[in-house]
Design a protein around this ligand. Structure first.
Ligand SMILES: Nc1ncnc2c1ncn2[C@@H]1O[C@H](COP(=O)(O)OP(=O)(O)O)[C@@H](O)[C@H]1O
Ligand SMILES: [Mg+2]
Length: 379
């Protein structure tokens, strides 16, 4: 036995932070990245620059890896099936991953196993969206391209049939969902290993602005112990039924009458788990690495009463460094995570974590730093 090589497809910040988590574990890390400038490609030593949509590139990359895992869900399923048949160890495997790659497949499977979801069905054109609304959901309807979306790209809230034409232009099947009047959004994050060990993180509240994750509070404030346990059990059950290996994020809606509905699944480290870097005994990234290598999983319990994560989005100032100096000086307890990405308005370029006993204070400190870095406040 020797220390294995984890290969990650995709050079974004999730790969960068997974690599970081593997360093103290002594794990060797290999990356397939689109360009040398990508967030993870800047810091990983063993990088292949290539196109993840190309089978030969994937095949050559997998040669040097004991296990292949992912920073995103966009690798073509047909390629992964071929590689699996050739003996490449892919975790999560394609039979699990396809539920995170395609929102239609995900909904169908969740229905099958009796997991509560918003009312939904695949729609064929704008007129069919109207029929879907008339079947009981009513307008506005949420439309989603089944593949390729992220950060709210690929999600439309449409008020009528005219507006419903747009999502069909991409040539990808479209899923219609009732627009849930949720009280808030939650995420139940679990990690599962091939031998079936699983751990559940505390259920968090996540706040999305314009479809992009903005704030995560761990644990979700005032969530009843019952609903919290129910959400954790649900996520563990989904992980087991779908045979997920690695980190699974189950995005949830908490309804105003105290039920939970599943929004979507992500089978990789997830933005709703970034708080674990500073707020949990074992981070989601470290546990993802452990899981894909079938190592014993680390303790998911929190280290502080409250941990808050706020994403740092790009603003109008291309250089965040002066603001960064200010934030660091102002709050020595602030945990800053920057991704090495160029600043573009609205782009996720980093996040900050704060923790402590006083929730209002913990939120205010993280909020302040993220806003100051973005340049929306100057004091
Ligand atoms: N059925 C729905 N009802 C109400 N809001 C929704 C619904 N589906 C999605 N949303 C909102 O849009 C966000 C993004 O949708 P999601 O399916 O998670 O796409 P993405 O893949 O971009 O994360 C959600 O976090 C939620 O805020
Ligand atoms: Mg989502």
């Amino acid at each position: 036995m020797t220390f294995p090589v984890v290969g990650m497809v995709g050079g974004g910040q999730l790969a960068r932070m997974t690599h970081e988590a593997g360093i103290p574990l002594g794990i060797r890390f290999k990356l397939l990245s689109d360009t040398p400038q990508d967030s993870a490609a800047q810091v990983v030593n063993d990088v292949v620059i290539g196109d993840y949509r190309d089978l030969e590139t994937l095949r050559a990359f997998a040669q040097g890896c004991d296990v292949v895992t992912f920073d995103h869900e966009h690798v073509p399923a047909e390629h992964l099936r071929i590689l699996e048949a050739e003996g490449v160890v892919i975790r999560p495997g394609i039979e699990a991953l396809r539920h995170a790659q395609d929102k239609g497949v995900m909904r169908a499977r969740l229905d099958e196993i009796g997991v509560p979801c918003p009312r939904h069905r695949i729609v064929t054109d704008a007129a069919d969206v109207t029929r879907f609304a008339e079947e009981g959901a009513g307008f506005p309807v949420v439309l989603k391209t089944v593949r390729g979306g992220y950060d709210g790209k690929g999600v439309w809230v449409v008020g009528d049939e005219t507006a419903a034409a747009e999502p069909f232009r991409a040539g990808v099947p479209v899923l219609a969902e009732e627009k849930v009047d949720f009280a808030r959004e939650l995420a139940a994050n679990v990690v599962r290993s091939p031998h079936g060990q699983a751990v559940a993180y505390p259920v968090v509240e996540s706040v999305q602005t314009d479809g992009v994750c903005d704030t995560v509070i761990a644990p979700a404030p005032e969530l009843s112990a019952e609903l919290s346990a129910q959400a954790q059990r649900l996520a563990l059950r989904v992980a087991e039924e779908l045979d997920v290996v690695g980190h699974l994020a189950v995005e949830l809606f908490e309804t105003r009458d105290g039920r939970i509905l599943v929004n979507e699944l992500a089978m990789r480290p997830h933005n709703s788990g970034h708080w674990t870097q500073d707020g949990a005994i074992t981070s989601q990234f470290a546990n993802h690495v452990r899981a894909v290598l079938d190592l014993p999983l680390g303790d998911p319990r929190p280290r502080a009463k409250w941990t808050v994560m706020v994403n740092v989005l790009g603003g109008d100032y291309p250089d965040m460094y002066p603001a960064y100096l200010h934030c660091m000086a102002r709050d020595p307890g602030l945990k800053i995570h920057m991704y090495g990405k160029d600043v573009k308005p609205g782009r996720k370029v980093g996040h900050v974590n704060t923790y402590g006993d006083d929730l209002a204070d913990v939120i205010a400190r993280a909020r302040h730093a993220a806003d100051y870095l973005r340049g929306t406040i100057t004091e």
